[in-house]
Design a protein around this ligand. Structure first.
Ligand code: NAI
Ligand code: MG
Length: 395
């Protein structure tokens, strides 16, 4: 019997293409696992009124480990229109299966490494005073609180009187007193001490384990005095337990500036949900973008690894597929590391690094070609060829 059972959830669009590549790589490196398929995504919304069927939830609850491709989601009106006729008008409401997964299993720690691999033409470069180009090595790991903050889903359009009255107890609401409710939308930013402690602790633990000298808390406590204030306070508390790791504090707006000037100065970064989402996409842009952005959603019991990109519908039907499988392959390496197989995780990463360094096999994004059916004719390699090249390095 295999040591691990991984719930493989390809989902929609290019998820169906990149996930099999990651599994091929895990198999080639000798990761001791078997794979069970999990249904997820738009098709199941259409046919069952649930993009995250209970049977998939049960598989995750049982096996604790998931590898996920991508899903398609659409606005409410489209969701209602595409629902199968038998289910229409029966009260089904579309809900993102990823958010659902994070909430059901409290996958509150989101880890998003953004590392530049030398040889990638998409890496961030800048000019020296003498005009020469330099390419700093970027190695940032973003810890994003995954379940709270502005994404907790506590929000209203046209809030009820009860909600309004509650908020009106805050003196600052006076400024909005005259605005009719149907002209207003509200989202609540909730930060809990427990959630903040868990994400900050995860960041410091990672820094300690991987030899990072500092952790940067990236919030906005001078303005969001309560919620960002609590994040900062907790980060300072947690930092006391890690004397060898310094705590840096940078505001989210300044962070986006620093990371596009001196990204190499940052290592582990910790942030609340929305800020972490923004900062991780921004850093990903410095190291190759969506084709390279891997992630893990980690809870106490269950962990699900996924590329951060979506289903890229415009490329989903291309045969052969042109998209870059590296984000998913690096997510698979994170999965291996998570269950303690550090050696195989390192092997996968080294194989990716070697292929990128050689630069012989590049999907359209790495070749800096326009995406689309012509990309292959212009010299880009397809998804499978890149998967093959990585597997060849493992042998
Ligand atoms: P997307 O990430 O699917 O694609 C945006 C663009 O990025 C693509 O058109 C393509 O140019 C490029 N791209 C994405 N993945 C790539 C890869 N592996 N290799 C090369 N290029 C790649 O985002 P978009 O177009 O905004 O959303 C499409 C669908 O995906 C929507 O339905 C959206 O809701 C969903 N989505 C799902 C996510 C998830 O499953 N985690 C995350 C983001 C969007
Ligand atoms: Mg995002």
């Amino acid at each position: 019997m295999a040591r691990h059972t991984v719930v493989a959830m390809p989902g929609d669009g290019i998820g169906k293409v990149v996930l099999p590549e990651a599994i091929r790589v895990l198999e080639a490196v000798g990761f001791d696992a078997e794979y069970v398929h999990g249904d997820i995504g738009w098709d199941f919304w259409v046919s069952e009124g649930n993009a995250l069927p209970e049977r998939t939830v049960a598989l995750l609850a049982k096996h604790k480990l998931g590898l996920f491709g991508a899903i398609t989601s659409k606005p409410n009106k489209d969701a209602e229109a595409e629902l199968s006729p038998a289910l229409k008008g029966k009260g089904f409401k579309y809900f993102s299966p990823i958010v659902g997964m994070r909430q059901k299993f409290n996958l509150d720690i989101c880890v998003r490494p953004c590392k530049s691999y030398p040889g990638n033409p998409l890496n961030f470069v800048r000019k020296r005073p003498d005009g020469a180009v330099e390419e700093p090595a970027v190695n940032a790991v973003i810890f994003r609180q995954n379940t709270e903050g502005l994404y907790a889903g506590v929000e209203w359009t046209n809030p009820s009187t009860q909600v309004r009255d509650a908020i009106a107890t805050h003196p600052k609401f006076k400024a909005f007193d005259k605005v009719p409710s149907d002209e207003m939308a509200l989202s609540v930013r909730i930060i809990t001490r427990q959630g903040a402690t868990r994400i900050c602790t995860a960041a410091f633990e990672y820094a300690k384990r991987h030899g990072f000298k500092n952790v940067t808390i990236c919030e906005k406590p001078n303005v969001l005095r309560e919620t960002s204030g609590l994040m900062e306070e907790v980060a300072k508390e947690v930092a006391k337990k890690y004397p060898a790791v310094a705590l840096w504090s940078v505001n989210i707006d300044a962070m986006t500036m620093w990371l596009t000037k001196n990204p190499e100065e940052y290592g582990v970064i910790v942030a609340s949900n929305l800020f972490g989402d923004v900062i991780s996409d921004a850093f990903a842009g410095l190291v190759g973008g969506l084709g390279f952005a891997c992630s893990g959603n980690i809870g106490d019991e269950v962990a699900v690894f996924e590329p951060t990109h979506g289903s890229a519908p415009k490329y989903a039907e291309l045969k052969p597929s042109i998209v870059n499988p590296i984000a998913t392959i690096l997510s698979a390496a994170m999965l291996a590391e998570h269950v303690g197989d550090v050696e195989r995780a390192k092997k996968i990463e080294a194989a990716v690094a070697a292929v990128v360094r050689e630069g012989k096999v590049r999907t359209y994004d790495m070749a800096r070609l326009p995406g689309g059916p012509d990309a292959l004719k212009r010299g880009a390699h397809n998804t499978r060829e890149l998967g093959d090249a990585i597997i060849a390095k493992l042998k």
